[in-house]
Ligand binder design. Structure first.
Ligand code: MG
Length: 382
């Protein structure tokens, strides 16, 4: 054990199955250690200071910014996921320093207009490798962000890169996705993502009048949380009931996630993060009953919220804006910003057009229809 490791509180704080910071495989471009931040804390700061992260503030989670100012943006969703993931990770004695950058970057590759935007870019790039926001997050942190003179991207640790890589592989169902499990810190972020949207999407949808409390009570999970809220608080109006139920849903999901995961960890008793990865199943997951209840709620939301005419209208908008701009760029009728042009030779015009459009906020993308002035994709001066 190195001197540095012996002094680290991780030795006492973390469980044997957690990923130790001292065991990190390091960065692609080697850098000297920082005097008071460990490698994963530096990763967190690099993500928070990236321009792609800041743009999440003006990107759609489910509902477009023009639909009101109550609902979650991609940034506030990310912060909710990070907060839930850290709570779960700390309780399971995992490495919170690693969980934080993983959670903060998990949606950094999302294009404007949420999944509608992603679908359009995937269609545009169908013959050029397609578009997936998880893979795009890796392109951003490995290539597109320009903050350091010595290398492209953010030069994050291999654990953060491979954690995000697991998300991309899972979606594309590559053999790698099924043969090896991600670190438990990665599994926690995945589960926290589901908990966050299962609680906040109904809350946002009620606020916008797309669904009612009574309609949500058709799902077991919502019904259970409502029952608990009413037992706890005798006389609540509809507004306060909703708040109490949203908290209740998070409590039920997080409580179940922690207890079911702790039980699975106890049963399989992994002695290292390597052992966790060699298993053929994830250890961090809710109980089977709760996963079924989440699936039931998500099916209800899919039918009544995600396919609501108001939400589908934004798909139409994304389709028109992104598709026509993509075509205009590829056919030479629209100019790319200078920093994007520099990548055309190595990456191809289609991929660079996809990168550029994916980087835009909802507002910048909507402005594309009125102007041909390229919008700068990389911030300066901070
Ligand atoms: Mg997410």
């Amino acid at each position: 054990m190195s001197n540095r490791e012996a002094k680290s509180p991780e030795k006492w704080l973390l469980a044997p199955y957690a990923m130790r910071t001292a065991d990190s495989a390091g960065r692609i471009h080697e850098e000297s250690p920082h005097p008071y931040r460990n490698a994963y804390q530096r990763d967190r700061d690099r993500i928070v200071h990236s321009s792609a992260f800041r743009r999440l503030a003006h990107k759609t989670q489910v509902f477009l910014g023009t639909m009101g100012d109550y609902h979650r943006s991609r940034l506030t969703h990310t912060l909710e996921v990070t907060s839930i993931a850290r709570t779960v990770g700390r309780t399971l004695r995992l490495n919170e320093d690693l969980i934080e950058p993983l959670a903060l970057m998990h949606d950094i590759g999302h294009p404007p207009f949420g999944h509608a935007g992603e679908d359009v870019l995937n269609e545009c790039l169908a013959e050029h490798g397609g578009f997936d926001h998880n893979a795009q997050a890796l392109r951003i942190v490995e290539l597109l962000e320009r903050r350091y003179p010595k290398f492209p991207g953010l030069n994050l640790t291999r654990e953060v890169l491979s954690g995000q890589g697991c998300r991309a592989n899972k979606k594309s169902q590559t053999p790698e996705a099924t043969s090896k499990q991600p670190l438990l810190e990665v599994q926690v972020v995945d589960a926290a993502d589901n908990v966050a949207y299962d609680a906040h999407d109904p809350d946002d949808a009620i606020e916008m009048g797309l669904i009612s409390l009574a309609e949500l009570e058709e799902s077991h999970l919502w019904r259970e949380a409502t029952k608990k809220a009413k037992e706890r608080f005798a006389a609540l109006d509809a507004h306060d009931t909703r708040r109490a139920v949203v908290h209740g849903v998070i409590d039920l999901l997080v409580g179940d996630l922690i207890s079911a995961s702790a039980e699975r960890i106890r049963e399989h008793d992994p002695q290292s993060s390597g052992e966790v990865q060699s298993l053929s199943f994830p250890l961090v997951q809710g109980s089977r009953e709760m996963l079924e209840q989440q699936a039931e709620l998500e099916a209800l939301l899919f039918e009544q919220v995600y396919r609501h005419p108001q939400v589908l209208a934004q798909r139409e908008r994304a389709q028109q804006t992104l598709h026509s701009t993509f075509d205009a760029i590829v056919h030479g009728n629209r100019t790319l910003p200078q920093e994007s042009q520099a990548l055309v030779e190595s990456e191809g015009i289609q991929r660079v057009a996809g990168d550029y459009l994916a980087s835009l906020t909802d507002r910048s993308a909507l402005e594309l229809t009125t102007t041909n002035v390229p919008v700068a994709t990389v911030g300066t001066g901070e």
